[in-house]
Write a protein that binds this ligand. Structure first.
Ligand code: ATP
Ligand code: MG
Length: 259
């Protein structure tokens, strides 16, 4: 039997820091190395779904998988990359939170729903919504590790300390095994501010910060409107180059250096 997939939540309570861009681009970059990957869109905004060319109105999706109305095979969607599959989200997912709040095992619905998928992939990524909602807690409870994109800007470190508290809270409550996969500097620029933020973050978190940094790159912001991940939208771009580098670093850190 294949070993179970590692599940990685891409999370940061702060909005617009590059969670979805990272989830979509890293999954695609891993799939380009023929690593089998599943991306679970777990945000009612459904940006990861549309970013991979999926239709957010298509049902069933992650919501139906979680509430037991659909099984895994019914919600898996193909992407243009053969070893990358998607479980989509839709705006209805916001309503799921209210329904979930009533349930006794409300924090582990996603974890239980993804159990059968563990046998099929090497890595499963969960694109979490911003804010510390019941959805985010489900995402973090389902994960083995959390990958934290940090936008290189003045308030970045403040946001990270809030996140450290959140991770502690998750470890103390719904998932004592949760590890930090790494912090990823996103939208870096050639300014003093950007390098100061990188310097401080690395000083504070040391090797938890990925060596790879993701520069601000206009091609990365254009790709979602074409429903394509950056590596198929513009392979020659700086954005594609940096996410391919991140994929290599990620695999190496996970003992898969030769992929
Ligand atoms: P939310 O909290 O709303 O889910 P998010 O953390 O998932 O947001 P993204 O949607 O990935 O963040 O990115 C926010 C915006 O910034 C998007 O318009 C995206 O295209 C753009 N963006 C992300 N990373 C980069 C980058 N490296 N260079 C340029 N634009 C970027
Ligand atoms: Mg997002």
């Amino acid at each position: 039997m294949k070993p179970a997939a590692k599940i990685i939540a891409v999370s940061n309570q702060k909005g617009g820091v590059g969670k979805t861009t990272t989830a979509v681009s890293l999954c695609a970059a891993l799939a380009a190395s023929r690593v089998s990957v599943l991306l679970v869109d777990f945000d009612p905004q459904a940006n990861a779904t549309s970013g991979l060319g999926g239709d957010p109105s298509e049902i069933p999706n992650v919501y139906h998988l979680m509430n037991g109305e659909a099984d895994l095979d019914e919600v898996l969607r193909k992407t243009e990359l053969p070893t990358l599959q998607l479980i989509g989200a839709s705006p209805d997912l916001a309503g799921a939170e209210i329904e979930m709040a009533e349930l006794e095992d409300r924090h582990h619905l996603l974890r239980d729903a993804l159990q059968p998928a563990r046998e099929r992939y090497e890595f499963i990524f969960i694109d979490c919504p911003p804010s510390l909602s019941l959805l985010t807690l489900n995402g973090l409870a389902a994960a083995d590790s959390v990958l934290i994109p940090v936008q290189s800007e003045y308030y970045a470190l403040e946001g990270v300390s809030r996140l450290t508290q959140t991770i502690q809270l998750v470890q103390d409550s719904v998932n004592s095994e949760l590890e930090v996969e790494g912090l990823l500097l996103t939208m870096t620029t050639r300014t003093n501010l950007s390098s100061d933020v990188a310097y401080e973050l690395r000083g504070h978190f040391q090797s938890l910060v990925f060596d790879t940094e993701i520069p601000r790159n206009v091609r990365l912001s254009e790709a979602p409107s074409h429903g394509k991940p950056i590596i198929t939208y513009d392979l020659a771009s700086k954005g594609a180059e940096s996410y391919l580098k991140l994929a290599r670093e990620f695999l190496k850190r996970n003992g898969r250096g030769n992929s």
